[in-house]
Ligand binder design. Structure first.
Ligand code: OFO
Length: 165
């Protein structure tokens, strides 16, 4: 049985993962609208992954005797100045999620909740991957620039990434 304070924190993270999913789904609409089909596909796929993050937490809370609670989810940003601005936003968002996961792991450890600490290790590893992935896309766009031809190839690249993962 988890402490109520830990259940509350995990529920906040459930909310954050929902938000991440909505953010990326909303971003996919911007990409689609701008003609970046590969980027749209990539963001949509990533929105699904975030639902996986949410579900994993939801299951853990419920399996450990807590009540997962879905609260109100804030509306995500819908407009972006450019594809680079959008991807920079994803990278910043992932860094925020990493800070949240670290704070959760710290709370679990300092409260001797080793079950939750152990459960969170999957998220610690996942955040490393997520930051690496989004940073690599930011770097790539900065490298090739943002003219039409460069963005065409970036978009192709993102379509490929969506098919791989
Ligand atoms: Fe993108 O890692 Fe969950 O939120």
């Amino acid at each position: 049985m988890l402490a109520q304070a830990m259940i509350d924190k995990l529920n906040e993270q459930i909310n954050m993962e929902f938000f991440s999913s909505n953010l990326y789904l909303q971003m996919s609409a911007w990409c689609e609208d701008q003609g970046f089909e590969g980027a749209a596909k990539f963001m949509r796929k990533h929105a699904d992954e975030e639902m996986g993050h949410m579900r994993r937490l939801f299951t853990y809370v419920s399996e450990t005797g807590g009540l997962p609670l879905i609260g109100a989810i804030a509306a995500p940003q819908a407009q972006y100045a450019s594809l680079l601005a959008l991807v920079e936003h994803t990278y910043e968002h992932e860094q925020l999620i990493t800070r949240n996961i670290n704070a959760l792991a710290h709370a679990a450890f300092s409260n001797q909740d080793y079950s939750t600490f152990n459960f969170l290790q999957w998220y610690v590893a996942e955040q490393h991957e997520e930051e690496k992935l989004f940073k690599s896309i930011v770097d790539k766009i900065r490298l090739v620039g943002e003219d039409g031809k460069a963005l065409f190839f970036i978009d192709k690249d993102l379509a490929q990434l969506a098919n791989e993962s």
